[in-house]
Design a protein around this ligand. Structure first.
Ligand code: FES
Ligand SMILES: [Fe+2]
Length: 335
């Protein structure tokens, strides 16, 4: 049932679930969630080019007074804005005696090493070679050709996004590899079982069979839980445009055109030699609804809420990814 009215007025997005099925009475999805289908979709994703681009983080975190520092694929990376305001990136190890450039300040677009004052303006200097960097307006990417080992691309594979959207970026870290994160996102069947606080009434309307010419997309009908029996029903499509990205695009219902991009970035290994992977998730929300412009204006207030919702889901999804890595790295992976 829709709470909207007919007669030309826009229907409100909320629905009241007519029959609230308790969690343990919903239909099991495990028979449909065939490990071979998920594994094949993952394999196809891994075969797509990334051009050696890795998501580093939120564009809004790039500052002009100190660098943004991340370890990506085992390499220390620093990013900052140069004198022209353009993003630059390069190794986070000072070419003089190895100081951690993550702790060095940026002055007038120049990164000044705090050990002996070597100054980097973003160009090649004293053996320090910049990395290609890309700011897509929401996320920052660096290209690490040695780590990626693929043919480089001039720009990363950035999903199509709605214009005039509300954006929020969440970052979480887990003990797993990027493929474990991607495999989790290519299993839409777990939604209402594993995340009952967020999703109900989930049906996978289509899953790719890998045959030539068929769209490589999972189509999912699901309702986002708002409160009690109030839900927002949508249709969403999941695709993997490159090996470390899964995109969920809402195609019908409230917020159609909105995307949630989940990017998995390998960080390196921890003290015990286990892989660490960051999930950088960008929510790019659009709505044709009057009042959404107002919501965009309130973005600084809304962003923490969006991040909190993503954080709750990713606490569970990273546990899934970590479990998957743990099992497969010890030869106990089922299927
Ligand atoms: S270590 Fe950076 S200037 Fe000496
Ligand atoms: Fe999930």
């Amino acid at each position: 049932m829709s709470s909207g009215s007919a007669g030309g007025r826009r229907r409100l997005p909320l629905s009241l679930r007519r029959r609230a099925v308790p969690w343990d009475r919903q239909g099991p999805t495990w028979r449909e969630a065939r490990p071979a289908v998920i594994a094949a979709a993952l394999k196809r994703a891994q075969a797509r080019p990334s051009g050696n681009w890795y998501v580093v983080g939120d564009s809004r975190d790039l500052r002009d007074d100190r660098p943004l520092a991340r370890t990506v694929a085992g390499q220390e990376v620093v990013l900052w804005r140069n004198a022209d305001g353009r993003p630059v990136a390069g190794p986070g190890i000072c070419p003089h005696l190895g100081a951690p450039l993550r702790d060095s300040p940026v002055r007038c677009g120049t990164l000044v090493c705090h050990w002996h004052g070597l100054a980097l303006d973003g160009g090649t200097f004293a053996g320090w070679e910049p990395f290609p960097v890309h700011d897509d307006g929401v996320l920052l990417w660096v290209r690490l050709d040695a780590a990626g080992g693929e043919a480089p691309l001039d720009a990363p594979v950035v999903p199509a996004r709605p214009e005039r959207a509300l954006t929020a970026v969440y970052t979480g870290v887990g003990t797993c590899e990027p493929e474990d994160v991607v495999a989790n996102r290519l299993d839409p069947w777990h939604g209402a079982w594993f995340h009952p606080y967020s999703f109900v009434d989930l049906t996978v309307a289509g899953a790719p069979d890998g045959s030539d010419g068929s769209a490589d997309v999972f189509t999912v009908d699901v309702s986002f839980k708002v409160a009690g029996r109030l839900v927002v029903p949508v249709r969403a499509e999941f695709t993997a445009p490159e090996p470390r990205t899964v995109v969920m695009r809402i195609t019908e219902g409230e917020g159609a055109g909105s995307v949630v991009e989940s990017h998995a970035t390998p960080l390196g290994t921890d003290g015990r030699g286990r892989p660490r992977t960051a999930v950088v998730e960008a929510v790019v929300a659009a709505s044709g609804r009057p009042g959404f412009a107002l919501a965009r204006g309130a973005a600084p207030l809304l962003r923490p809420l969006v991040r909190a919702a993503a954080g709750r889901l990713w606490r569970d999804d990273l546990a899934y990814a970590e479990r998957r890595w743990s099992l497969r790295s010890t030869g106990r992976f089922p299927g």
